[in-house]
Ligand binder design. Structure first.
Ligand code: NAD
Length: 289
């Protein structure tokens, strides 16, 4: 805590009087998390789990209203604050971290979760599709991680960066050139940053979900219809379809992804970095379909 206070004053050139709130030590307690895309789906579940475990959470999302409502759900300003951020914009990212500092005194856990999904066959994928997909997920998560590393190395308290990547970054899904390529990019960012930041006590890991249909804005916003057409199932039965193709015959929910984030950052895996944890109920372990 002392180190953090010193950092706040030196790095951000703030006076004590300007700080709105002091860090509040609680279980998982010295953790202050910033989760991008936390206004919906998987990000929202991650924010909720981290808050339940005692972390203070910055709910960062492009959609101001959804971010505000999640921050409220998590218990309001003592536990969570909402920031509107477009992860393609460097200044907005810096402002989001500054907000974390003002609200809670620092940041030591960052989750790169914000994303969209452009899923088209190669010949229909435009340069604009490619650029947008990469701007948000490859470039956006790079920018967020770079800011996280700036803050965490200055704090000298170590930290965690987690990427919500995807099975699609490891295996070739159908009609997936733009999205799948950005997920592979994120997967390699995990390894590169784990190598570069390890000496600062900053661990960088990834979570690879698959088929999180219920609660996902990506699925509701077109990816679901597209996937249903590819697999020849009705869109409302897509969750069940995904469940049946897993080894466990279980649907993957946002909470299951949040469990993996907690497992990676909650303290027990303190010597694990550069790892990707699949949360897919066992799809890639076997050839199914
Ligand atoms: P979602 O649409 O419910 O959530 C994505 C959030 O990101 C939204 O709140 C959206 O407003 C926000 N966002 C989009 N663009 C942004 C930007 N430029 N700046 C800041 N925020 C932005 O979708 P989800 O299914 O919860 O997906 C979350 C993450 O999980 C994504 O990275 C996605 O690729 C990944 N993922 C999802 C699945 C799945 O099955 N749903 C599988 C693997 C990986």
């Amino acid at each position: 805590i002392e180190e953090r206070e010193k950092f706040r004053i030196e790095y951000w050139e703030l006076e004590e009087a300007k700080l709105r709130r002091m860090p509040k030590p609680k279980p998982l307690a010295t953790r202050i998390a910033l989760v991008t895309g936390a206004g919906s789906g998987i990000g929202r579940a991650i924010a909720r789990r981290l808050a339940d475990e005692g972390a203070c959470v910055v709910v960062a999302d492009l959609d101001a209203q959804r971010a505000a409502s999640v921050a409220e759900e998590l218990g309001g300003p003592d536990r969570a604050v909402a920031v509107t951020v477009d992860v393609t914009e460097e200044e907005q990212i810096a402002a989001a971290f500054r907000e974390a500092l003002l609200a809670f005194g620092g940041v030591d856990l960052v989750v790169n979760n914000a994303g969209i999904s452009i899923s088209k066959p190669l010949l229909e994928t435009t340069a604009g599709d490619w650029d947008l997909q990469h701007a948000i997920m490859a470039r956006g998560s790079f920018l967020v991680s770079r800011e996280a590393a700036r803050v965490m190395t200055a704090q000298r308290l170590g930290g965690d960066i987690v990427y919500i990547a995807s099975k699609n970054g490891v295996f070739a899904g159908p009609n997936n050139i733009a999205y799948g390529a950005t997920k592979a990019d994120q997967a390699h960012q995990v390894r590169l940053l784990a190598a570069e930041l390890g000496e600062h006590g900053i661990r960088v890991n990834g979570v690879n979900p698959d088929g999180v249909v219920r609660g996902s804005g990506i699925f509701a916003g077109g990816w679901g219809a597209q996937r249903a057409a590819v697999y020849g199932v009705e869109e409302e039965k897509l969750g069940e379809f995904y469940a049946q193709r897993t080894l466990l015959k279980r649907e993957v929910l946002p909470e299951h992804v949040a469990n993996a984030v907690f497992a990676l950052t909650g303290g027990e895996l303190s010597h694990t970095t550069g790892l990707h944890v699949p949360v897919d109920a066992g799809v890639p372990a076997a050839f199914l379909r």
